[in-house]
Write a new protein. Structure first.
Length: 149
């Protein structure tokens, strides 16, 4: 499973807003400079995040984007879903149940793919933007990586 470039960029943009003051509008140009993200692509991503209710925009002089909610109330899974759609291991459909599978065990694999998508959703749900901000500031421990990977 992979988080897309859009999901990564959206997460970086919101982290930048959280790190630099939630209530002060920040221009797309400033976010792009701070995160080293391409501005035209970032504009598209911020529009998707606005549509999902994660950021608000202010027009005019001194305008830009601000977080629409407290960082503690924004989950990493929400950010990824806002730009990538549902978090899943694939788009394989639902397995049959009780051994009623009609394609040589395919349903067992479908159940495994569904479970792995659920596991990833739960993992991303376990991180709020506030927690990630604290990690980035050195105020909290980073998540431990899996030694088997």
């Amino acid at each position: 499973m992979r988080v897309s470039t859009r999901g990564d960029y959206a997460s970086r943009a919101l982290l930048s807003l959280a790190l630099h003051g939630e209530n002060t509008p920040t221009s797309v140009r400033e976010i792009a400079e701070r995160t080293a993200l391409p501005q035209p692509y970032l504009e598209q991503i911020l529009l998707a995040l606005k549509g999902a209710g994660l950021v608000r925009s202010k027009r005019g002089v001194g305008g830009g984007y601000v977080l629409a909610r407290d960082p503690a109330d924004i989950k990493l899974s929400e950010i990824v879903r806002a730009v990538d759609g549902p978090i899943a291991a694939g788009d394989f459909g639902e397995p049959h149940s009780d051994g009623a599978c009609d394609h040589e065990g395919q349903c067992v694999l479908l159940a495994i793919w569904a479970a792995s998508g659920s596991q990833m959703r739960r993992f991303l749900d376990s991180f709020s933007l506030a927690q990630i901000t604290e990690m980035a500031q050195g105020k909290a421990s980073w998540p431990a990586g899996d030694p088997d990977t």
